[in-house]
Design a binder for this molecule. Structure first.
Ligand SMILES: Nc1ncnc2c1ncn2[C@@H]1O[C@H](COP(=O)(O)OP(=O)(O)OP(=O)(O)O)[C@@H](O)[C@H]1O
Ligand SMILES: [Mg+2]
Length: 263
């Protein structure tokens, strides 16, 4: 047994005879390493929750003035009758971007419980693919489907599931700027009662160092990225009592695997 790094709680009690002469001492040592580390974890979670509340409060307050700024900019744009149109376009799209970040931040800080209903995964995936078909084609991305016909439906919040899969599809697309294969597999999981949805790409891949930070809010390697996509995916999967795993090799590609309880 090694004691390096262990935290011990030590109690010492003097041992005396009935005349009060010291005979020795009883020393009791208890290994409290695990208890301490659990207390530390609880403190960290509480701190994160408090920070989340603060962020959510601030985000909420930013939204109202942002809406009126957007309104007045549009008014000015109308009055400018076509002049400075490039500037107006940039201002409006940047305002929309702030709004998107705030929306994601609010979803992350105050996740609402999912409104579950029976959802057929293949239909949802086809819907999302249709939305991105033109973009993928332009980018030289071929979509490879592998749908198991026996895959049952899941009990899920459709909006959340759409957001989850969309984030994974967008990331996969962004990982293949010069084209490649985007694979989507839907199949029963090895574990009884679960369904697996895999989104894989033949893109740039993720370094082992970055793999550890993928789901941390605001972790991004993209110039235009916010780093909230996967943090949101994680939170959505958690609220559905599922799991999300990732496998990646730099230069070869990445696979995200979402495991959800089936209906
Ligand atoms: N399929 C993928 N291939 C390679 N890297 C990926 C992939 N998916 C995610 N990543 C890495 O994980 C990081 C975090 O992804 P995440 O979706 O959370 O944020 P983002 O895409 O950078 O920004 P956004 O908030 O717009 O989604 C990315 O910046 C990228 O480095
Ligand atoms: Mg993303």
């Amino acid at each position: 047994m090694t004691w390096r790094g262990a935290v011990l709680e030590v109690q010492a009690v003097p041992l005396r005879d009935n005349r009060g002469t010291m005979l020795g001492a009883i020393c009791l040592a208890r290994d409290v390493t695990q208890v301490r580390s659990m207390q530390e974890q609880v403190r960290r979670v509480e701190k994160l929750a408090a920070m989340g509340e603060l962020a959510a409060g601030a985000a909420h307050e930013i939204r109202n003035p942002l809406t009126s700024i957007r309104g007045f900019i549009q008014l000015l744009q109308a009055r400018a009758a076509g002049s400075h149109s490039d500037y107006f376009k940039i201002i409006l799209s940047e305002i929309d971007r702030i709004d998107e970040i705030i929306r994601d931040l609010l979803l992350l800080a105050r996740p609402s419980p999912p409104h579950r209903m029976e959802t057929t995964l293949t239909i949802l995936v086809e819907e999302l693919l249709l939305l991105h078909q033109a973009e993928f084609e332009r980018q030289g991305i071929a979509v490879v489907r592998d749908f198991n016909p026996n895959t049952a439906t899941v009990d899920a919040d459709v909006k959340m599931l759409r957001q989850l899969l969309l984030n994974l599809l967008i990331n996969a697309g962004q990982a293949m700027p010069y084209g490649g294969n985007l694979g989507i597999r839907i199949a029963p999981a090895a574990e009884e009662g679960y369904v697996v949805i895999e989104v894989s790409d033949t893109g740039v891949g993720i370094s082992p160092e970055n793999l550890k930070r993928l789901f941390v809010p605001f972790f991004t390697t993209k110039e235009e990225g916010t780093g909230l996509g996967l943090a949101l995916c994680y939170s959505i999967v958690q609220s559905h009592h599922g799991r999300i795993d990732v496998e990646s090799q730099v230069g070869l590609g990445t696979t995200f695997r979402v495991t959800l309880p089936r209906r």
